[in-house]
Design a protein around this ligand. Structure first.
Ligand code: GLN
Length: 554
């Protein structure tokens, strides 16, 4: 019998509710219980695939692609998911199904298309009960599929948002329908510290709990996000006003390594408390493996400087899985990766700015779409190649690396049809099957796909095998005719798809380590199991650091 645990947020969004939900999941895994996660996104997009990363952070890609059928005769491919899925997969070392991301867009689409199909003939279709029934059905369907011991559903946004209210109502109904020990609710709020009076303020929390109560939801625990541990008086106040026992008021302070969060919760007894209220008979938590992982991050202190030229440099979350993959790989080798996002638009006017790339131990060219900033990214690749800085191009980054190489080798006007549709040398162009598609949501080549790796390549050295599965999200690809042409000039084709139709990876022979991959190895990288491509890139960057510091000593 699956137990349902809900995580809601109060006061502000962006305070790390996803990490709290994942860390709670980890507490159950410590006790050998099976956990699954749902992310509820109240926005009306069917999935986040059409959102700009600057608007909503990274679009995560799942391994499986889900054929979402809101009605009998309609179907959408879903593998583009909220970035919180990345947090869940990294904390829980688990592949999560795209069905577990429930958006308002999906829920409304199902109900509206079913109304047209006549499923509600004679009745008025309403938010209660039709939308709320559909939400409950989706949540229960996840529980029924794999029967996890615990199913944690995180509700995006904050309590009080208009869009979120049908979800809160559905949760209220579900809690009423299930026995008391089958559901729990944790509310995550901000507890600000006011410097001027030297005090943690609990009033915003009190207000947001009131909001939750007015939706008919009594929290079982409060997680207080703050820049420091909650003081005893703050805990007492929150306990009193929220009507939860003091042991259920949990601190979520700033920490150096995010992966420490489950251990911090464990110390405060949150895992035991949740097992008590959910009447879960679990074994004693075993923490040592996770402690080792956390320790690895704590100890990594030698700086490794990685530049990330790209276009979505305004917010940290645009490339969150890449950041995490780089940091994990570096930590594995005892280094702390210092990442610097470099906006490439200025490179287009002022090539001197490119010289700065020399200060880095590695350059990672980021994924992306469209024209803006692309020319600067191509310039950044050419410069990095000429300085032989270890270089990793991801998806768009790999396509632009190829363009840089073509330009370097006789095709000065080479470009991607995505960046310049008029280019005389479209060395990167739409995949043939993409040429007929005009619709935008869920129509790219998506999800986990086989990658066949050529022996005696850097990629083969990294993976140590010839076949892997990695995740993709693209419309364009390197045109094989041009790749063939460039082979004589020192380009290695190091991986293809299983039909040998799509170029999945290239390497630049004259460079020590310059690789471009059409896939996104960051999505399968885990804190205790770094993706081999990242590990191999970071090793090359460490080499550069070592040789350059020897050089400066001499
Ligand atoms: N815009 C490129 C494409 O569609 C690359 C996409 C990406 O970087 N994810 O193929």
């Amino acid at each position: 019998m699956t137990k349902f645990l809900f995580v809601t947020g109060g006061v502000l969004s962006g305070i790390g509710k996803g990490a709290v939900a994942a860390a709670i999941g980890k507490s159950f895994q410590f006790r050998d219980l099976d956990v699954d996660m749902i992310k509820i996104d109240p926005y009306l997009n069917v999935d986040p695939g059409t959102l700009n990363p600057i608007e909503h952070g990274e679009v995560f890609v799942t391994d499986e692609t889900w054929g979402f059928n809101p009605s009998e005769d309609s179907s959408f491919k879903i593998a583009e998911i909220d970035q919180d899925f990345g947090t869940y997969e990294r904390f829980l070392d688990k592949t999560i199904h795209p069905r577990n991301n429930i958006t308002s867009g999906q829920v409304y689409l199902s109900v509206l298309l079913q109304e047209r199909a006549g499923s509600y003939l004679g009745r008025t279709v309403q938010i209660i009960p039709h939308i709320t029934d559909e939400i409950k059905r989706r949540i229960r369907a996840v529980a029924e599929r794999d029967s996890p011991d615990i199913l944690i559903s995180e509700v995006g946004g904050t309590v009080g948002d208009i869009e979120a209210s049908p979800f809160l109502e559905a949760i209220r109904q579900l809690r009423l329908e299930e026995p008391d020990d089958r559901t729990a609710l944790i509310h995550v709020t901000l507890v600000p510290y006011l410097e001027t009076i030297g005090q943690l303020k609990t009033k915003p929390t009190q207000h947001s709990v009131k909001n939750l109560l007015s939706a008919g939801l009594q929290p079982d625990a409060i997680v207080g996000r703050s820049d420091r541990k909650l003081s005893e008086p703050a805990k007492e106040k929150i306990s009193l006003y929220s009507n939860v026992p003091k042991r259920a008021v949990i601190s979520d302070p700033n920490i150096q390594v995010l992966y420490e969060l489950p251990l911090l919760f464990e110390k405060q007894g949150l895992g035991d408390y949740l097992c008590d209220i959910l009447r879960l008979r679990a074994r004693r938590p075993s923490l040592s493996l996770w402690e080792k992982t956390v320790d690895k991050f704590m100890r990594a202190d030698e700086e490794l400087r990685i530049a990330m030229p790209g276009k979505y440099t305004q917010i940290l979350d645009s490339y969150i899985s890449i950041n995490k993959a780089l940091k994990s790989a570096a930590a594995e080798l005892g280094y702390e990766a210092k990442l610097e996002f470099v906006d490439t638009e200025p490179f287009e006017e002022d090539p001197e700015k490119l010289e700065r790339l020399e200060d880095y131990h590695g350059v990672l060219l980021t994924p992306g779409f469209g024209t803006r900033g692309a020319e600067g990214m191509i310039k950044a690749s050419r410069k990095s190649l000429s300085m032989d800085i270890p270089f990793l191009g991801i998806c768009f980054g790999s396509q632009l690396l190829f363009i840089a190489f073509c330009r370097e080798n006789g095709l000065e006007e080479a470009n991607s049809a995505e960046v310049d549709p008029e280019t005389p040398h479209p060395v990167v162009d739409l995949l043939p099957e993409q040429k007929e598609i005009s619709q935008k949501g869920g129509t790219m080549r998506l999800g986990g796909q086989e990658v066949l790796i050529e022996p005696r390549t850097l990629l083969h050295e990294a993976y140590g095998k010839e076949k892997v599965v990695e995740r993709f999200r693209h419309r364009y690809h390197l045109i094989p005719k041009y790749v063939k042409k460039m082979k004589d000039k020192g380009l290695t084709l190091s991986a293809t798809d299983s039909e040998e139709r799509i170029v999945n990876a290239i390497e630049i022979e004259k460079n020590q380590w310059a690789v471009g991959v059409q896939f996104h190895p960051e999505f399968t990288s885990r804190p205790d199991n770094s993706n081999p491509v990242y590990l191999s890139f970071v090793k090359a960057a460490v080499e550069r650091k070592k040789t350059s510091s020897e050089g400066s000593k001499a």
